[in-house]
Write a protein that binds this ligand. Structure first.
Ligand SMILES: Nc1ncnc2c1ncn2[C@@H]1O[C@H](COP(=O)(O)OP(=O)(O)OP(=O)(O)O)[C@@H](O)[C@H]1O
Length: 298
């Protein structure tokens, strides 16, 4: 598979504050990436560097093998839908679609109108009269119908209800199967998108801490629960990312060891073994350092 983004030691500083530090990663063609991290972690800053909206302070970025800055050949292959995407107030919804058609070479007008119907959007209403959720839906329609080889969604669903978010995920998946492209989706709703993601990038305090295949990440850990003394014995020598006592019981999340089945050992000790959701795992790996007694995975 081709690399469509290659970033090397990318940094962005605002004055003396460094928002993204030493980020090196590649993004492959025709995959769906999740860019995850807590508020202020640096996700938007990273996406703005990828899409050439801001210039890195140092480091190097290539998109479609070229420097993306003021590079029209590269930029017309990118669609970036921002959190709180803005359109001119006096535009009608259909004006946004018309302008998008001229911006994106792969624009599919029929697909755009079918999405407009799915989201119940009024094409003849002015942008300034739309509700917050409707405005987010317009951004999603543009992002999907652009069929841009690199489509970047930065928290695209402010105000969007659960039904509409479900429509977004379903239409994205259906269309992605027919028209593969690279999608980078930044979100806090990790469990909702968990099944869509093929690769996960996690950024914490400006540093890329996880760059991993989503399937591998999903199977990376498990949770054991049982009497505290037995669980503690079981945890000896294992990599523990989270522990939670309740009553005389202890629940602990452990990184799987490829060479040895901790799960069999846990079951033989009568401990209950359960899976860990991607969201839980990422919370433990990025924010769990404070409340755990065991070692941290990364
Ligand atoms: N133009 C700017 N000037 C100064 N600081 C900035 C600027 N833009 C972002 N920052 C700071 O950089 C850090 C990263 O911000 P960024 O918007 O990239 O985070 P984020 O991960 O997208 O957060 P959220 O999930 O809340 O949207 C934050 O501390 C933010 O205050």
């Amino acid at each position: 598979m081709k690399h469509i983004i290659e970033a090397s030691r990318l940094e962005k500083a605002y004055g003396d504050f460094t928002a993204v530090r030493n980020a090196s990663f590649t993004v492959l063609e025709n995959k769906i990436y999740g860019l995850l991290g807590r508020n202020g972690a640096g996700k938007t800053t990273l996406m703005k560097m990828i899409t050439a909206q801001i210039i890195p302070t140092s480091g190097d970025i290539k998109v479609f093998n070229e420097n993306p800055y003021e590079n029209n050949k590269v930029l017309k292959q990118i669609c970036f839908i921002k959190e709180s995407q803005k359109y001119p107030d006096n535009f009608l919804v259909k004006d946004v679609l018309d302008v998008s058609r001229s911006l994106f070479p792969n624009w599919d007008a029929d697909f755009a109108y079918s999405l407009i119907e799915s989201f119940n959007l009024p094409v003849n209403r002015r942008i300034k009269k739309l509700s917050r959720g409707m405005l987010s839906a317009v951004g999603i329609v543009v992002g999907l119908a652009s069929r841009a080889p690199l489509t970047v969604f930065d928290e695209p669903y402010l105000g969007l209800d659960a039904v509409s978010r479900g429509i977004f995920y379903n239409r994205l998946m259906e269309d992605y199967v027919e028209h593969p492209r690279t999608v980078i989706l930044s979100t806090h709703l990790i469990d909702e998108v968990s099944n869509l993601l093929e690769h996960v990038l996690v950024i914490a305090d400006g540093e890329l801490t996880i760059d991993e295949d989503a399937e591998k990440l999903r199977g990376m850990a498990y949770t054991v629960t049982g009497k505290a003394a037995i669980v503690e014995k079981f945890l000896a020598g294992k990599e523990v990312v989270h522990q939670e006592p309740f009553g005389g019981l202890l629940s602990a999340t452990v990184i799987r060891n490829d060479h040895y089945s901790g799960q069999n050992q846990a079951e033989s000790l009568d401990l209950e073994v359960s899976s860990v959701s991607l969201q839980q795992l990422i919370v433990y790996l990025t924010g769990g350092k404070r409340d755990q007694k065991g070692a941290v995975a990364k």
